[in-house]
Design a protein around this ligand. Sequence first.
Ligand code: NCD
Ligand code: ZN
Length: 347
Amino acid sequence: MTTRLTIRRPDDWHLHVRDGEMLKAVLPYTARHFGRAILMPNLVPPVRTTAEAIAYRERVLAALPKGSRFTPLMTCYLTDDTDPDDVERGFRDGVITGVKLYPANATTNSAAGVTDYGKISRVLERMEKIGMPFLMHGEEVAADVDIFDREAAFIERRLSKWVKQFPGLRMTLEHLSSKDGADFVKSAAPQVGGTITPYHLNLTRTDWLGGGLKPMLYAMPVIKTATDRAALRKAATSGAACYFLGTDSAPHPLAKKVAVSGVPGIFNAPVALATYARVFEEEGALDKLEAFASLNGPKHYRLPVNADTITLEKSPWTAPEDVRVAGPDGRALVYRGGETIAWRVAE
Ligand code: NCD
Ligand code: ZN
C-alpha cells in the first residue's frame, strides 16, 4: 500500500480567492501547497481590463504569507465590450494568462458576463492569433435548457462551433461536470483541455439533495449523476493530457450560502489535494496523480512545470470546520470540514 507519494509541485488551474478580508483568510491555504493558480476575475466589480488585473495582482501579492513563492496567474473577465487591444497588451506584457467567459447570469458574480456571442468574435479572433488561452464557464443559460443539461447544451450550441471557427484558439472547459463534457474535451484535445474539481469527483446529486438539502454542496455547474461522476473519475485518473487540476475553490460567507436564495460555490482549498489523492487511490491510479495535478496543466498553458516537489502522505487529520474572516463576512465553511481526512501534504 502506498503511504507516501512525491510529485512535482501542483498548480490550481481554476481558483477563486476573492478580495479584501476574504482574500487574506483563504489565500494561505492555496499558497501553502500550490506553485501557481489561475485566479478567477468574478469580483464585484469584475476584473475586466489589464489595468484592473494589475491592481488585483498587487492585492493578491500583498495578501501572501511572508516568504511564499506562490505565483498568481491573472485572468480578465470577458464582457460584450472587451477591447481586443487591451487583452493583447495584457497577455504580451505577462499580466494576463487568459480571458474568462462567464455567460451572463450563469453563476456567482456573472451579471456582467457575455449576453451576445456575436460581440465577442473579435476578441476570440485576436486571442487565436496571439496564442492566448480562452477559459470558459461552459454552461448554456437559456430558459429551454434544464440546469442539468447546461454543459451539454453549451457544447452543442457554442463550443463545438468555436472549435471549428477558431481552430488555433486554445480553450479550457472549466470545472467539467458531466460525461458529455469529459467526452467532448477528449474528442477536441489538445485544442481544448478541461479542469476537474475535487467535489465533482467526489459527489453525486444524491449527496447534495437526497439526505436533507445541503446548501454547502451547491455549486455551478451543479453536481450531477453517478454516471457523470464515474466518467469524470475515469477521465481524471486516465493520465490523458487534456485533463488537469482546477479546484474551483469558491469561498462564500456562511450567511450567503445558507439563505432563501443561496449562492453557488464550494470552498475546498484546505482539503483539495487530500481529496484528489483519495479519489486517485480509490481508482487505483495514484501513479497518474502527478500528471493530473502538476504536468498536464502547464503543458496546456505552455508554461514550465514547477521545479520543486511536494510529498503526500497517508496520515489522518481533521479538516477545519470553517475559516474565520475579519469583518462582516464572519466565516466560510470548509468542504469536508470536521471529517477525518486520510491524506495530507507533508510539511
Ligand atoms: C463560483 C463562485 O462562487 O465564484 N461558484 C461556483 O459555484 N463554482 C463561480 C463559478 O466558477 O461558477
Ligand atoms: Zn469557479
